[in-house]
Design a binder for this molecule. Structure first.
Ligand code: NAD
Ligand code: TDX
Length: 334
């Protein structure tokens, strides 16, 4: 089987490539990636001779057409993925998440190629902290940020291409991922590398916002489960019952790294900051039989901390620039 992985040099896509090479040695992988700031070429360097890495833009219709015409399956991870960046400048989010997805959909339509679309729980907006409900496949779309609204738009394009043109597609909406190779602009690796670099972790607002954490390997196993056994045209929510508030995450990182649990700063909140995400993944579990392997967030977090401690060469070159960017807008408030 030939698989085209878009965004395969980023966090989740690269973990997908590395895991697939181990678990499915018969799969031939082509990665299409623009190699933006979010991609780290070091991640795929050890497997460079086992994959085809094409540097290019998913919105380049000619390039996409030729690559899609030579594959059996497209797994579409490529995106502009960081909410804070989308608030500073949404333009790349519209280009990649909307125009890029459109160009892939037109190519899979022309070549009748199976397509799996990677999306996020953020398309559903947010929940109150004390609300008992969680997101399901039937929850109405209600995105808050330029990032989540462009992801929501891309999901709707997929649904329309399925219904109007019979494209063979599935969609998954996953909760917050953690694990190795995540860019240090994101919450968990930012705080881990802050402590490792002698800086204080930074919590937005009151630190009570809740995210539903899943290990990246569990996400990618679910993606293969959906590709193998999911129903064409359907959406599946992926989550591992991992709700934790941000303050607890930071305190746990500090504790696991041998620091006082209160050695962090509160900083100015993210505008429009979603309060809580929570996924009900009953459908994926009951219909397709998927189960997460990482059920203890603390031990998954400890393993992730070990990975960043053991791989300073992977993240140190980006650290100063990322912190300078945050420092330009962030103020310590407590
Ligand atoms: P990431 O930012 O780490 O990686 C994105 C990759 O896409 C990078 O390698 C980048 O170079 C590439 N890319 C960006 N624009 C491109 C373009 N125009 N053409 C080709 N390649 C381009 O993102 P991630 O965290 O790995 O997220 C991957 C996917 O999973 C995204 O679709 C995201 O919305 C979704 N998702 C992420 C999470 C999460 O917690 N990180 C949760 C749910 C869903
Ligand atoms: O320094 C920080 N301090 C902080 O308190 C950062 C970077 C974040 N936060 C908070 C904001 C969120 O409540 O931590 C939480 C997680 O933040 P992010 O890592 O930026 O993730 P989030 O905004 O929840 O979005 C993530 O999950 C869904 C991914 O970035 C998206 O790509 C995915 O779709």
């Amino acid at each position: 089987m030939r698989v085209l992985v878009t965004g395969g040099a980023g966090f989740i896509g690269a973990n997908f490539v590395l895991r697939t090479l181990v678990q499915r040695p018969d799969v031939e992988i082509t990665v299409l990636d623009k190699l933006t700031y979010a991609a780290n070429p070091a991640t795929l360097a050890p497997v460079a001779d086992r994959i085809d890495l094409v540097k290019g833009d998913i919105a380049d219709a000619d390039l996409v057409d030729s690559l899609v015409g030579a594959t059996d399956l497209v797994v579409h991870f490529a995106a502009e993925s960081h909410n804070d960046n989308s608030l500073a400048d949404p333009s790349a989010f519209v280009h990649t998440n909307l125009v890029g997805t459109y160009s892939l959909l037109e190519a899979v339509r022309r070549h009748d190629v199976r397509y799996h679309h990677i999306s996020t729980d953020e398309v559903y907006g947010d929940l109150d902290l004390d609300e008992p409900s969680r997101f399901t496949e039937d929850t109405a779309y209600n995105p808050s940020s330029p990032y989540s609204s462009t992801k929501a738009g891309s999901d709707l394009l997929v649904r329309a291409w399925v219904r109007s043109f019979g494209v063979r597609a599935t969609i998954s909406n996953c909760s917050n991922n953690y694990g190795p190779y995540q860019h240090i602009e994101k919450f968990i690796p930012r705080q881990i590398t802050n402590v490792l670099a002698g800086l204080r972790p930074k919590l937005y607002g009151d630190g009570r916002n809740v995210r539903d954490w899943i290990h990246v390997d569990d996400h990618n196993d679910a993606v293969w489960t959906i590709i193998d056994t999911g129903q064409i045209g359907e959406t599946y929510l992926i989550g591992a019952d991992g709700e934790v508030d941000n303050r607890t995450v930071v305190e746990t990182i500090l504790e696991l790294l041998g620091q006082p649990r209160d050695a962090f700063d509160f900083v100015t909140d993210r505008p429009g900051h979603d309060r809580r995400y929570a996924i009900d993944s009953t459908r994926l579990r009951t219909e397709l039989g998927w189960r997460p392997n990482y059920v203890d967030f603390r031990s998954g977090l400890a393993a992730t901390i070990d990975w960043y401690r053991d791989h300073p060469d992977w993240w140190q070159p980006a650290k100063q620039g990322v912190e300078q960017t945050y420092a330009a807008t962030e103020k310590v408030i407590g």
